[in-house]
Design a binder for this molecule. Structure first.
Ligand code: SF4
Length: 443
């Protein structure tokens, strides 16, 4: 394995340091934010998870453009992200003591309003083994299982649009996590149809390599598992994880072992904006990962305030391909968290995707979107026709609980402001099984 590549020696990169709500005054003083902006963020961070780190602050945020800057919007909670917040509520957040019942109830209500477990994750995707729930696992599509190691349930920074935000707010009822893979391994033996295991969180790369190895080795002993995917945003938020962290070389060796065992190691890299790939450290990290034999697939949601224009996506996908990574998915904002703040209506989302896609050479056209990860499956917006007010969307199951639905198109009336599959009305000629799948999970 070639661990040394032609990038500068960055051994001096600072050690990882996370900053949270208690550091907002420090951020204000260092980067010249106004007191009002910081106060709003402080109040919103009482409800929404907030975490950032020195690399993001120093290398990714354009402070001359804050608060509108896309990376600033990506990591700092903003006014408008809590739609149910009244003037009275703001007063309670600001003035009540942290442990007062009124404040606790308000925070709980505001969080409950944000649909903490979208798409029926808690009810529909948790597998059973011998009559017991398999902790820290979701099994939605036949070939793929998601595994949530308990030590991987944080991230190097938190995205304001995170659809797994419930993992970070400390409520044990809202956490998926497994402290060891034993039960999952038994489940894998019972389900040889599972070929792909996605290790996710949080961020799989927040774990030390030793911890990751502890979770992975028992899984790798299951012969029917052919692919290990790592869900991560570390290439964007903390690329030193793959370069200069003390156990970065060990991590690459672990990936190399997976590849040498005849399996695929796939890094599912969450990339929201082209700036995330512009630093030397991120590029070096990609090169090192590729040298270990890992494949890198890039995906992100389309979000207002962050990446809601075609040129940004075209630039992002070109940058990914230039580094040898594969553009994979553009997602729609999920029906959780501050969705109303970030939502891009379906007609506009399709326009952005198509305009960006047209700018790409053939090799970059691996990307699919816009896609909704909905309860019955991944629903792709394949086309929008008609004038405003009378639009018809052509949709298609890209993935589905019921594999017989995959690849089949269907059509629906699409309101101009439709943001999710629940918002469309299926046409009368929709096949019965597709209609049943969509209607079964409609809110
Ligand atoms: S990296 Fe993923 S899990 Fe972590 S905060 Fe962002 S969206 Fe959520």
């Amino acid at each position: 394995m070639r661990l040394d590549v032609s990038f500068p020696d960055l051994r001096d990169v600072e050690r990882f340091r996370a900053l949270g709500p208690q550091h907002l005054d420090e951020v204000r003083d260092r980067f010249g934010l106004s007191a009002d902006v910081v106060e709003e963020m402080r109040l919103h961070a009482m409800v929404l998870p907030f975490r950032v780190n020195e690399y993001v602050l120093e290398n990714l945020v354009d402070w001359d453009n804050a608060p509108e800057d896309p990376i600033f919007q990506l990591v700092f909670p903003q006014p408008g992200m809590l739609p149910g917040l009244s003037r009275h509520d703001l007063g309670v957040l600001r003035d009540a003591t942290p442990k007062s019942p009124e404040k606790r109830e308000l925070v709980a209500r505001l969080r409950a309003d944000l649909n903490p477990h979208p798409s029926g994750q808690q009810e529909h995707n948790v597998p059973m083994l011998d009559g017991e729930r398999v902790d820290g696992v979701q099994h939605k599509y036949a070939q793929t299982a998601l595994y949530f190691p308990s030590q991987g349930q944080t991230c190097h920074a938190y995205c304001t649009y995170c659809f797994r935000w419930a993992q970070f707010i400390g409520d044990p009822d809202l956490r998926f996590a497994s402290s060891s893979p034993e039960q999952f391994v038994a489940y894998l033996h019972e389900h040889p149809e599972i070929h792909d295991v996605l290790v996710t969180g949080g961020d799989s790369m927040i774990m030390s390599t030793a911890r990751l190895r502890q979770h992975l080795e028992p899984i790798l002993a299951v012969p029917t598992v052919r692919t290990i995917r790592f869900g991560t945003k570390a290439l964007a938020y903390w690329p030193a994880r793959f370069t200069t962290d003390a156990d970065a070389d060990d991590l690459l060796r672990l990936i190399e072992e997976i590849v040498k065992s005849g399996r695929t190691a796939a890094v599912m890299a969450h990339m929201s904006h082209p700036r995330e790939l512009q630093t030397d450290l991120a590029r070096w990290a990609v090169e090192r990962l590729r040298s270990s034999g890992a494949l890198i697939y890039c995906q992100a949601p389309l979000m207002a305030h962050i990446n809601d224009d075609a040129d940004t996506w075209a630039e992002l996908w070109r940058a990914e391909v230039a580094l040898g990574a594969v553009p994979y998915y553009m997602f729609m904002a999920r029906d959780t968290g501050p969705q109303q703040y970030f939502e891009v209506p379906m007609p506009r989302a399709w326009e952005i995707f198509t305009d960006a896609y047209r700018q790409l050479p053939g090799l970059s056209r691996t990307v699919r979107g816009p896609v909704m990860s909905a309860a019955p499956g991944k629903v792709l917006v394949d086309g929008i026709e008609g004038a405003p007010g009378e639009r018809i969307a052509t949709l298609r199951f890209e993935q589905a609980r019921d594999a017989s639905l995959v690849g089949r198109p269907f059509r629906a009336h699409c309101p101009d402001d439709a943001g999710w599959v629940d918002d469309v009305t299926l046409l009368p000629d929709t096949p019965a099984d597709i209609r049943a799948a969509i209607e079964a999970y409609r809110d």
